[in-house]
Design a protein around this ligand. Structure first.
Ligand SMILES: CC(C)(COP(=O)(O)OP(=O)(O)OC[C@H]1O[C@@H](n2cnc3c(N)ncnc32)[C@H](O)[C@@H]1OP(=O)(O)O)[C@@H](O)C(=O)NCCC(=O)NCCS
Length: 126
């Protein structure tokens, strides 16, 4: 991805792998990432999945923005857990790219995220 993702840096998300149509990110959950019940905040899990999605569809000179996403939180996590998000592009045309992102703690699914990205013309500024 060209440029900086300042929000990703703020949360402490690390890029493990970045390729065209594929990425893997990780985040060690700290107290600041948790909510009032002691689980990882849903917004943090969403952000981790969203960052992996963004990297997979913005590889190299590619530019794309999310237009529709959905997420299911299937298992809780908490302080001390290391979460990974693995994003795979499952379909890509001239206009849209569809991605599947799985957030895991160790080998167990924590969240399943689906994202649809709109591909921007790379010679136009946002
Ligand atoms: C909502 C939820 C409890 C429903 O679970 P379910 O469909 O009834 O299925 P189960 O009761 O079998 O639980 C699924 C997993 O959640 C765990 N879980 C359920 N309730 C839990 C609780 N109160 N505390 C900790 N873990 C819990 C179970 O141990 C199971 O994990 P495992 O397979 O590793 O043992 C579960 O999907 C969940 O906890 N999702 C995550 C919610 C979340 O973290 N949202 C974002 C922040 S609020």
């Amino acid at each position: 991805m060209r440029g900086n993702d300042y929000f990703r840096e703020l949360l402490g998300i690390k890029v493990v792998v970045a390729k065209d149509g594929y990425s893997k990110m990780s985040l060690k959950i700290t107290k600041e990432h948790t909510n009032f019940v002691g689980f990882t905040h849903g917004g943090v899990i969403f952000a981790l999945a969203d960052c992996a999605f963004a990297e997979a569809v913005n590889f190299g000179d590619k530019r794309a923005v999310a237009v529709q996403v959905s997420i299911n939180f299937v298992r809780p996590s908490s302080e001390g857990d290391v979460l990974t998000a693995e994003a795979k592009t499952i379909s890509e045309g001239k206009t849209f790219a569809l991605c599947s992102i799985t957030v895991r703690k160790e080998n167990k699914e924590v969240a399943l995220f689906t994202g649809l990205a709109y591909k921007l013309l790379t010679d136009k500024k946002i």
